[in-house]
Design a protein around this ligand. Structure first.
Ligand code: HEM
Length: 222
């Protein structure tokens, strides 16, 4: 069912607000209240965590709608048109995360990513590399989603660019895993049972990729 564009944007705005408010509240509780990060760092450092989580969830929801509509067509097929809206907004929020991260990227904020002399260490270089690669692919997908560009592409080419979105999402998994895995196993990072944002993001990305894998597996069996 094709919904009018304004309805699509209204629903998208509601979803974006819910995801962003949840992410910001969670980051505030986990980092400012529980881990005593000063409130001075709320505007950029802590907000960047909620921006990164929101981008990951919104891009993931855009990927997830396809598999959900495949398994529960009655419930989710009418909402398939939201894929583009969620993808575009998710990409814009990811771009915000990139800008905020590049402003903050130094040993004073991210000591775990740096070696003693002030250069990035192996985890720092590798995780940032995967962040950049995923961002480049998401940019290509967003550009080819613009109607004037889409019009000049063959359907096969367009589908190929859209499909490599899953590769970009896999790179996001590597980006957050390399950055965060050491903290996932430390007891002190689980105060009040609150998982780190990198772990929440990694589990969400993994869930989306598994759903896609299940769709492929079911199609092959048929
Ligand atoms: C040029 C590209 C990128 C750069 C330079 C970059 C940089 C960073 C940095 C510095 C952090 C650490 C934040 C922190 O711990 O406070 C981070 C974490 C994160 N990034 Fe990126 N990123 C990039 C692309 C992306 C993209 C495209 C996504 C997803 C769509 C993403 C999602 C995340 C997530 C979920 C975290 C975890 C936040 C946390 O652990 O608190 N990043 N990124």
């Amino acid at each position: 069912m094709d919904e009018p564009r304004s309805v699509g944007w209204k629903k998208t705005t509601t979803i974006v607000l819910i995801v962003f408010c949840f992410s910001l509240l969670y980051s505030f509780i986990r980092y400012n209240l529980v881990r005593n990060v000063p409130l001075d760092n709320l505007p950029l450092f802590i907000s960047n965590k909620s921006v990164a989580l929101s981008a990951t969830i919104l891009i993931g929801l855009s990927f997830l709608l396809g598999p959900l509509a495949r398994f529960w067509p009655k419930t989710f097929s009418p909402h398939l048109y939201l894929r583009k809206h969620l993808g575009v907004i998710g990409f814009a929020i990811a771009a915000l995360h990139v800008v905020m991260s590049l402003v903050l990227l130094n040993p004073a904020y991210y000591s775990k990513l740096y070696a003693e002399g002030g250069k990035l260490n192996l985890n720092g270089e590798a995780s940032i590399l995967f962040g950049i690669l995923s961002f480049l692919i998401f940019s290509a997908i967003s550009i080819t989603s613009l109607p004037p560009i889409e019009k000049h592409m063959l359907p096969g080419q367009w589908k190929f660019v859209q499909r490599i979105g899953y590769l970009a999402y896999l790179f996001v998994l590597l980006h957050v895993t390399i950055m965060g895995y050491q903290g996932w196993f430390r007891a002190d990072s689980w105060q009040y049972g609150l998982a780190s944002i990198s772990l929440i993001s990694a589990i969400f990305v993994l869930f989306v990729l598994i759903m896609r894998f299940l769709v492929i597996a079911f199609s092959l069996r048929k």
